[in-house]
Design a protein around this ligand. Structure first.
Ligand SMILES: Cc1cc2nc3c(=O)[nH]c(=O)nc-3n(C[C@H](O)[C@H](O)[C@H](O)COP(=O)(O)OP(=O)(O)OC[C@H]3O[C@@H](n4cnc5c(N)ncnc54)[C@H](O)[C@@H]3O)c2cc1C
Length: 387
């Protein structure tokens, strides 16, 4: 219900995948019924998935100006870091003690990456591209021969680690380097097991074809002195270890959160115990932290808010569908439904299993970004198809 504004004033804390998907979806679904304002600490939005391709010269993490993305959608962007919510006053506070009023709030502040395997090269995205470039150079010079790609236990999104291993293997093949060995060490029962049997089998085949070793049901602990310590109590010899960070939420006053600072929401993205406050994306307690899922959560939230603002639609609850595009010399599309109840509905294909065939499958944001980047959006626009 609009307060002192004519339109429902939707304040979005965040400037990442979930925040932007909600912004574009609200414009499409609710049009002039809503007024959207984004608040986030960075002036830019980074399209992170392509960061894995950067050290191999196969792509670059794209950057978009948030203010201009917002303007293009009839919204506004301000710089600020959410620290507290006063739901009783319908206000938020930022770290600089600025306060913003809202009719409806969407919290989409993402996660913080934490080092999970001390001593390993932790790949968080673009900031760590140079570390991987350095590793490739050491492999080329024969200074490094055995590389382990170690997935930590706890909350993370595993795909980038598999992509780094596959792209490193492509690099070694291009260099004619047959002396180096690559091994994936993972707590999973099978590679990318969360994508279901068919997808996981396809990834296992790909690893086998490339000669990449696989050690499953094993937790990497730390790396040093040429050894990766693992649980169960043992060691794997390695000259270098690449790992991913473990993800945690960020503490926000006035918001219910679990011990890792993730926010519990219902199937429409409403934050439990708070009125007119929604959350979407990696900051929620949903255990899989992935851009496509963040976008689906944002769509559910946008539908619920659009209906509240008076749009003629019936909001649908969150029914997660996981879509993953594995980057390597031959891209692999993986898809599964996480909701359960329909058995294992996993699939894998070298042809696109969804369209647009984007790396982050975001219904409203993908075409919007492609258009803003001036890219053709279709089978001919290969770069666009990654957006
Ligand atoms: C290397 C890498 C590769 C990936 N590859 C894929 C892939 O291929 N496909 C895929 O679907 N997903 C992929 N992901 C995961 C995907 O990037 C995330 O799941 C997705 O970005 C989560 O969206 P989000 O909006 O929840 O968080 P984010 O996109 O992280 O956005 C969070 C936003 O909130 C802002 N913020 C932070 N703190 C505050 C605060 N206190 N107040 C206000 N704003 C705040 C940040 O500045 C940022 O704008 C990849 C991730 C990485 C790191």
């Amino acid at each position: 219900m609009p307060g002192h504004h004519d339109k429902l004033h939707v304040l979005v804390a965040g400037g990442g995948v979930a925040a932007l998907e909600a912004m574009v979806a609200l414009r499409k679904l609710a049009g002039e019924l809503v007024d959207v304002e984004l608040v986030s600490p960075d002036a830019d939005f980074f399209y992170r998935p392509l960061a894995v391709a950067e050290p191999f010269g196969l792509g670059e993490a794209l950057r978009f100006d948030l203010a201009s993305l917002a303007r293009g959608c009839g919204a506004r962007h301000s710089l600020g870091t959410l620290v507290a919510v006063r739901a009783d006053e319908r206000r938020i506070w930022t770290s600089r003690n600025a306060s913003y009023a809202y009719d409806v709030l969407i919290i989409a502040v993402g996660t913080r990456p934490r080092e999970a395997v001390p001593g390993a090269l932790t790949f968080r995205g673009q900031a760590d591209v140079r570390l991987v470039t350095g590793l490739l150079s050491d492999l080329d010079r024969g200074l490094v021969r055995k590389v382990a790609f170690a997935l930590p236990g706890g909350v993370t999104w595993p795909l980038p680690l598999y992509e780094l291993a596959l792209l490193t293997s492509d690099h070694l093949a291009r260099q004619g380097n047959s002396a180096a060995t690559l091994t994936i060490v993972t707590p999973e029962a099978a590679p990318l097991a969360l994508l279901g049997t068919e997808a996981s089998d396809a990834v296992a085949d790909l690893l086998r074809e490339r000669g990449i070793g696989l050690v499953t049901e094993t937790y990497p602990e730390r790396f040093g002195d040429g050894e990766l310590q693992i649980v169960p109590d043992a060691r794997i010899e390695a000259d270098a270890v690449v790992s991913l960070p473990r993800l945690r939420g960020v503490q926000l006053a006035g918001v219910p959160q679990d011990e890792d600072c993730f926010i519990p929401v219902d199937s429409f993205g409403r934050v439990v115990e708070l009125e007119d406050v929604y959350a979407a994306g990696d900051i929620t307690t949903f255990p899989v932290k992935q851009g496509g899922l963040a976008a689906q959560q944002a769509d559910v939230v946008a539908e619920a808010i659009a209906a509240e603002a008076g749009a003629d639609l019936a909001p649908e609850p969150f029914e997660p569908v996981l879509r993953a595009l594995v980057l390597s010399s031959s891209p692999l599309f993986l898809r599964t439904e996480l909701g359960g109840g329909r058995g294992d509905v996993s699939s894998a294909d070298t042809e696109a299993l969804w369209w647009p065939a984007s790396k982050i499958a975001a219904r409203y944001l993908s075409p919007y970004l492609a258009e803003r980047a001036g890219l053709a959006y279709g089978p001919a626009g290969e770069r666009a198809s990654l957006l």
